[in-house]
Design a protein around this ligand. Structure first.
Ligand SMILES: [Zn+2]
Length: 194
């Protein structure tokens, strides 16, 4: 039991908001272009080439009622590329409400990778080590969420959004373990809602 407790603690810390040194940032190019960039109110979304966005967007499972309850506009019809940002805005409002942490003028980037390998490659470039098991992560210094295409779901994206919000909400950064507990609470709340 002791070993499993230690393992779960390591996973928690590994999943928290990640910080970089200034030297890592200077040389960093994640390869995302501005060709498939969509601006929302709370998020800017970048999509890797080749991603089928009309198929990807429904994975978020954002319903018209979610948008209405979050006070966000809802456009009827099949999701097209441009509707991804409003859906993520709705999710951002939901996560802020669950945390009861509302940041003024805050915006974060979300970059959807083409493959798991691409996500792992970005992590390796940033940290010089393998991405062990995670399908999404948030980098504080870049204010960016990176996510694998299969992990582009309400729970996982909401979890990483909560890291972005929590790490900018407090003047003094909360311990990473506390941040992770809150992020798991957000993920769980979103799962219960659906
Ligand atoms: Zn986490």
């Amino acid at each position: 039991m002791k070993a499993s407790k230690k393992r779960s603690y390591l996973l928690l810390v590994a999943c928290a908001a990640l910080f970089l040194g200034a030297s890592s940032l200077r040389a960093f190019d994640d390869g995302f272009s501005y060709d498939r960039k969509f601006e929302g109110k709370y998020v800017t979304v970048y999509c890797a080439p080749g991603l089928d966005l009309p198929r990807l967007a429904p994975q978020l499972n954002i319903l018209p009622t979610d948008a209405i309850l979050a006070g966000r506009p809802w456009k009827a019809g099949d999701p097209t590329d441009g509707e991804l940002a409003p859906m993520l805005d709705t999710l951002f409002v939901q996560v802020s409400d669950i945390l009861d942490m509302h940041l003024e003028s805050f915006k974060t980037d979300i970059k959807i990778c083409g493959t798991d390998k691409e996500l792992a490659g970005i992590y390796k470039l940033l940290f010089g080590k393998d991405l062990e098991g995670h399908r999404a992560f948030y980098i504080y210094d870049l204010n960016t969420i990176y996510v694998a295409p299969d992990a582009f779901r309400q729970g996982a994206v909401g979890h990483e959004m909560s890291h972005a919000i929590i790490s900018h909400y407090f003047d003094v950064s909360a311990p990473s373990r506390v941040q992770e507990v809150l992020s798991l609470y957000v993920e769980d709340s979103l799962k219960k809602k659906t």
